[in-house]
Design a protein around this ligand. Structure first.
Ligand code: TRP
Ligand code: MN
Length: 457
């Protein structure tokens, strides 16, 4: 059993700055302290991106997932990019999330809580502070919030002004997401239009068309029965919430505000944020920051986590045992999931902690292909999800949701799937700045498979 340092109880003095008294892993080495401080000061005067009441509504929705009455779909980019910033790119990502959500909701018959890795997913943890190429050592790329990906000293220099740009891009992205999801684009009568050209002609796409036809019929049926579908807002709008890994704590601190209605603190950079596997030390700065914000929060759990460690995380992050406050996102790898997850499910259930269990089938299944590209195989992703469902069935717990990296575009980054992408194909359209993402077809295929597993569980 690993020894853990005692962490402060939630009654201890907390402030948006109190994380500064602890060790903060994975923080950029900002070269100009004055510039950094001035940037945070400016940011702290900007309007919040989300409203605390929205975060409370999301906690409620996730409470439904914790109780087994809803399913969580959390999906989007590994890392958002300052370059791939356009209405088209936002719309395509939204389309695939809506498609997957409609497949899950229609096939399983429970609401799908839709959370994007979007409008703020700009910072990445790295295994090493520096990267060496041909004898040249430079700081690692930490996401567009911090520096640039090109391998040059100028590009890799952390620039505080990037935080302002990340804020602005998040604001514009969130604005379009809100416009699309409330302005008619997410209306269920448009279910056919979310199917993209390159997907529509594939087997997954045809299967989706059939499901969309059934939804059309159901809508006409309801109308014929006198239920005026024009006046039922739930059929016209969808909630799509935002999320990212809250990694760079200065940025998160600057966007943390006290809610005037309740007096509670909320990190208003997104509706929900998560702590990564690399930064969840119980006595670390990220835990300190997270315990004081009232947003629903997530925590990644890797294959080496012990039941005791996970219980301590639950106590630290959700001492009030509020359903929906805490989502545990397991990322174990297809081989480790069945044996690794069951003891955790048992311990957390026995302790009476109401958590949302989400399966991240991506990060435990990454490897370098012979071509040298970082990839994942569709079959391993599916196998981890199947193992996740199996473990929950065995323990009598609810497999709350999935957390996946995807894009709506026709990229070639993950192997396998119905079109059976091979290593040789990866070079065709390998566009990710960070981890390999499922493309539109693979994502839709995954939604159908997850729906089948859910129905069987
Ligand atoms: N409002 C419901 C929901 O968000 C139904 C709905 C409307 C929906 N548009 C959607 C569901 C698009 C999934 C996708 O769940
Ligand atoms: Mn990733």
């Amino acid at each position: 059993m690993p020894e853990t340092t005692p962490y402060p109880l939630p009654s201890d003095e907390w402030s948006p700055q109190s994380w500064r008294n602890r060790d903060a892993a994975q923080q950029p080495d900002w070269p100009d302290a004055a510039d950094y401080d001035a940037t945070l000061k400016e940011l702290s005067g900007y309007p919040p991106l989300v409203f605390a009441g929205e975060s409370r509504a999301l906690t409620n929705a996730l409470g439904g997932v914790a109780d087994g009455r809803a399913f969580l779909l959390q999906a989007g980019d590994c890392a958002e990019s300052f370059e791939a910033f356009s209405a088209d790119s936002i719309r395509e990502r939204l389309k695939v999330i809506l498609q997957m959500a409609v497949v899950l909701t229609y096939s399983v018959g429970v609401p799908t809580v839709k959370v994007g890795r979007i409008a703020g997913q700009f910072a990445k943890p790295r295994s090493s502070n520096t990267e060496t190429v041909d004898g040249v050592e430079l700081p690692s790329f930490r996401g567009h919030l911090v520096n640039d990906i090109d391998f040059s000293a100028a590009a890799r220099l952390p620039v505080p002004g990037r935080m302002l740009r990340a804020y602005n891009q998040s604001a514009a992205t969130l604005n379009l997401v809100r416009a699309f999801t409330t302005g008619g684009f997410a209306d269920l009568s448009r279910v056919h239009q979310w199917n993209q050209q390159f997907v529509a002609t594939s087997p997954e796409g045809r299967r989706y068309e059939q499901l969309a036809n059934e939804i059309d019929r159901a809508l006409r049926f309801m109308e014929a029965c006198g239920l005026d579908h024009e006046t039922v807002p739930a059929l016209h709008q969808a909630d799509v919430w935002t999320s990212h890994e809250a990694l760079v704590l200065g940025y998160e601190e600057a966007l943390t505000r006290r809610d005037s209605l309740t007096g509670d603190w909320y990190d208003c950079s997104a509706h929900t944020v998560w702590i990564g596997e690399r930064t969840r030390q119980l006595d670390g700065a990220h835990m300190e920051f997270f315990r004081g914000i009232r947003n629903p929060v997530g925590c990644k759990i890797g294959p080496t986590a012990s039941a005791d460690e996970v219980l301590e995380l639950c106590e630290a992050l959700n001492p009030g045992r509020v359903p929906g406050r805490l989502t545990l996102i397991t990322r174990m790898g297809a081989d480790a999931i069945t044996d690794g997850l069951r003891p955790l499910l048992r311990a957390v259930t026995d302790a009476g902690h109401p958590v949302v269990w989400a399966c991240d089938p991506m990060h435990g299944n990454t490897f370098t292909a012979p071509s040298g590209r970082k990839t994942r195989h569709f079959d391993a992703i599916l196998a981890e999800i199947a193992g996740f469902f199996e473990a929950h069935r065995a323990e009598g717990t609810w497999p709350g949701g999935v957390h996946v990296e995807l894009t709506g575009d026709d990229v070639t980054e993950c192997l396998g799937g119905a079109e059976d992408l091979l290593d040789d194909d990866l070079g065709l359209r390998y566009e990710t700045m960070c981890d390999p993402r499922l493309n539109g077809r693979q994502s839709l295929d995954l939604a159908f498979r997850v729906a089948e597993l859910l129905r069987a569980s």
